[in-house]
Write a protein that binds this ligand. Structure first.
Ligand SMILES: N[C@@H](CCC(=O)N[C@@H](CS)C(=O)NCC(=O)O)C(=O)O
Length: 210
């Protein structure tokens, strides 16, 4: 398998899932802003959509969309418990989280990340995103992870996205300018995920360790 990814982007979630599931894949780094492959090559030749993550299986099958790639990987190793079994209510709960994260948080960040180009839209986008994070903070009350005691790929996804609000590299490149420090459950959860050995390894590999 080959995973096209960009450090610190949403593909970080898939990178975490790979390690948590103890799976091997060749990592191919992409500059997602310039759409070039590290070491040379036009990323648009790999995918006309131009975005990461992208998984290419050994038989050439291409799988796209982070939440789907993450589920595919988790299902290769059910014993990792990164995704509950298909057909169970818990699986639907996981998909509920993934859809929320992708549409409400991931894409909710976009106007902030591209604030200069977004103009006034950022004034409505920021409170909306903050409201979503506030709700997330409430959901994490008394819980170790999003789905309870077990770390799932929803945690990996939220971790990558929450990093966008915290990371100074984001502030220097984009203008996210969103303060999550008041959300205590979210902060506790974030530190708990960050301390996981696989997450530490991913952050180090992506050049984002403290
Ligand atoms: N719907 C896609 C969106 C992926 C996405 O937005 N990737 C960003 C990085 S977080 C990217 O590669 N952006 C470059 C671009 O859109 O040109 C998914 O969920 O996998």
């Amino acid at each position: 398998m080959k995973l096209y990814h960009a450090p610190g982007s949403c593909s970080q979630a898939v990178h975490i899932v790979l390690l948590e599931a103890n799976l091997d894949a060749e990592l191919v780094e992409v500059d997602a802003r310039r759409h070039v492959i590290k070491g040379g090559g036009d990323y648009y030749e790999i995918t006309p959509l131009g975005y990461v993550p992208l998984l290419v299986l050994d038989d050439g099958t291409v799988l796209r969309e982070g939440p789907v790639i993450a589920q595919y990987l988790a299902d290769l190793k059910p014993q990792s418990a990164l995704a509950p079994a298909h057909g169970t209510m818990a699986r639907y709960r996981l998909q509920e989280w993934l859809n929320f994260l992708t549409s409400e948080i991931h894409k909710g960040f976009i106007p902030l990340l591209y604030a200069v180009a977004a103009g006034k839209y950022v004034d409505t986008a920021r409170p909306k995103l903050l409201a979503r994070f506030k709700w997330l903070d409430q959901q994490l009350e008394g819980k170790r992870y999003l789905m309870g005691e077990t770390f799932t790929l929803a945690d990996a996804y939220l971790f990558a996205l929450t990093g966008w609000a915290k990371a100074t590299w984001i502030k220097s490149v984009y203008h996210a300018d969103i303060d999550l420090s008041g959300f205590e459950n979210l902060q506790r959860w974030y530190e708990g995920v960050r301390a996981r050995p696989c997450v530490q390894t991913v952050l180090a590999r992506e050049g984002l360790a403290d």
